[in-house]
Design a binder for this molecule. Sequence first.
Ligand code: ADP
Ligand code: ZN
Length: 435
Amino acid sequence: MIFDIRNETLPREELAELQLHRLRATVLRCYETVTFYREAMDELEVKPHHIQSLADVKLLPFTKKEQLRDNYPYGMFAVPSHHVVRLHASSGTSGKPVVVGHTRRDLVNWGEMGARCLAAAGLAPGDRLHNAYGYGLFTGGLGLHGAGEALGLTVIPMSGGQTQKQVMLLADLAPTAMSCTPSYALNIVEEAEKLGVDLRKLPLKVGIFGAEPWTEEMRYELESRMGIDALDIYGLTELMGPSVGIECLEGKKGLHIWEDHFLVECVDIDTGEPLPPGEKGEVVITSLTREAFPMLRFRTRDIAVLEPAPCKCGRTHVRMSRITGRTDDMLIIRGVNVFPTQVEAILMRTETLSPFYQLEVFREGHLDSLRVNVEASPPLYAKGQDYMDRVAAKVKKDIKDFIGISCEVKIHPTGAVERSMGKAVRVVDHRNEKK
Ligand code: ADP
Ligand code: ZN
């Protein structure tokens, strides 16, 4: 079902007209109300009236995460505080978090984009959504919550953690949809199997998974063990939160980005130059309707490809491929760029392994080295060390053949790799640790 038939299927020319109109208004407001934007534009000698076409977006300065941190907490807000009805913050693993505000109108728009996403996943009033994203400053919990309510679903605000209870409620309350990170979904699946609950026999039909990179192989794993369709949803605190885009159930290939609210570009990671459609680069997003926290050309650090070809669902909004990784998580091992998802794909194709893994990076002298920690499935573990060594050697060879790097592969007993409650920690970097 399409929630907002008019806007989601707007002919491209009309969509472009609407985008330009909204872009110009956003740029003007940023320039007039946020000192940071005014200074950044003045430095490049760009004035709001220079934006005459959508292509002119490239005249505008980029906004980077560090700059948001420098303006912590309220420096980027474009409305007086009495218009701000909610704050959220990104996790801030390195230093201060980024604090983002929402007006009433922002929350209504967020809810509507969320409703579009859940409808694109095949849901409608009468469906129940078990929401296992964490509630709080993190946008996942309240984001999906608002989405469900805006569509008229029954929302079960479970939040993250208490994994046994998650399984009990999935069985007892009979939700037809659930939302969480894919790594947490895997944790729930494992717990259900331990408790003897077969998720495939429950009414659950769709999983809305996002907030971290994951692979087609992981989709297959989750779909087959849960008996559902697993869809990828994308978003980020700086631009709103989850529901910036989602895969449609019909296409299941690429996430429709709601282009009447966001202008999306793909640029070269190093030079920042716009790339033609179909080329892989960093996703850059400008908000078109946000009131409290408008954003010009935000460098998301997320790597993907934009696919402008029409989709069979009838929506006209551009599709973004899965995020292959964040530039922050990109490892450079002896000159070769590696994303954890590339390793994930290989591990998940190796049937005797459990799908839990973590990468460690070390520095020996001037050279970086990688250790892949993964778990044996119980039958593999039962076969003994020699057999596991052979599997490890095969995985090591596959990683060499497909990714081009040499690494150590360590297969641990089942249960040894840390389980995720939200965003999984895929990389542990020992390079800057004091010896
Ligand atoms: P933080 O940057 O602290 O993790 P957020 O919770 O706002 O803050 O997370 C947003 C980020 O999460 C995105 O920039 C992206 O890297 C990642 N992300 C969100 N959804 C997806 C997805 N579907 N696939 C891959 N990565 C995602
Ligand atoms: Zn589609």
